[in-house]
Design a protein around this ligand. Structure first.
Ligand code: TMP
Length: 242
């Protein structure tokens, strides 16, 4: 199997920047490396991501005909349909959507590439669901762990990099850079629970997790991650580009 590295963190923690930086470094060193993300690494995942980030696009993943939606009576006017459907996602439905996207990504991208001895970097993976839907939404953790086991086929990362940051700092960074997003209307307590959930996961498996203070300068974080990844690369016979 190849090397599997995932990045985790609260919104605005800088994990995407760091996942990309690591990918670029490995490419320059001629490793066969794949960078993917959750949700988003497959067609199904991209539909979910688009739906999360752009509420209006959500209609595209639903049947075009309102009558096919099996809405309860009284019928709701077309103009209300997108908001009605998009902003009332039940927490369990949200959980299942992320799991569906993960199951597809593991089957289509992660597993086959690891089987080819490639290095796979994934921006978010199973711990995101434990942190956001488990700790954030407070859904049953045992249920989430079981569902994650099904979605991931038991494939665990060799290294999970957690960019840990205070939610206040992460959210203000994200709003400055990307505008508002899916969990923005959640109270700060939600984001604090997410952070706490991540830290608990990392404490429970210290050998697998690297916790980095996400408020440090980008270049410094990049180096800390590299210091951890370099020995892992050396310990494996990984595939390289010709
Ligand atoms: P991001 O990858 O740009 O951070 O955005 C994805 C959003 O989706 C982020 O707010 C976290 C959320 N998310 C979950 O709530 N559960 C999950 O399982 C995953 C993969 C993401």
């Amino acid at each position: 199997m190849g090397l599997f590295i995932t990045f985790e963190g609260g919104d605005g923690s800088g994990k995407t920047t760091q996942a990309r930086a690591l990918y670029g470094r490995l490419r320059r060193k001629n490793y066969s490396v794949i960078l993917t993300q959750e949700p988003g690494g497959t067609h199904l995942g991209r539909m979910l991501r688009r739906w999360l980030t752009d509420p209006q696009s959500g209609v595209a993943v639903l049947p075009a005909e309102p009558s096919q939606l099996h809405l309860v009576e009284p019928p709701i006017g077309d103009q209300l349909l997108p908001d009605m459907v998009l902003h009332s996602t039940a927490p369990r439905a949200e959980l299942l959507l992320f799991l569906i996207a993960r199951a597809q990504l593991v089957d289509e991208v992660i597993r086959p590439n690891l089987l080819q001895e490639k290095t796979v970097i994934c921006d978010r993976y199973a711990p995101s669901t434990v942190a956001y839907q488990g700790y954030g939404r407070q859904l049953n953790l045992d249920l989430i762990n079981e569902a994650n086991e099904i979605a991931t086929q038991g494939i665990k990362p060799d290294l999970i990099v957690l960019l840990d940051i205070a939610p206040e700092e992460g959210l203000s960074r994200k709003w400055a850079a990307a505008g508002r997003m899916y969990f923005d209307d959640e109270e700060l307590a939600f984001h604090r629970r997410v952070r706490d959930g991540y830290l608990r996961l990392a404490q429970a498996e210290p050998g697998r997790w690297l916790v980095v203070d996400g408020s440090q300068p980008k270049k410094k974080i990049e180096q800390m991650i590299w210091d951890k990844v370099a020995p892992l690369l050396e310990s494996r016979e990984l595939r390289r580009e010709k």
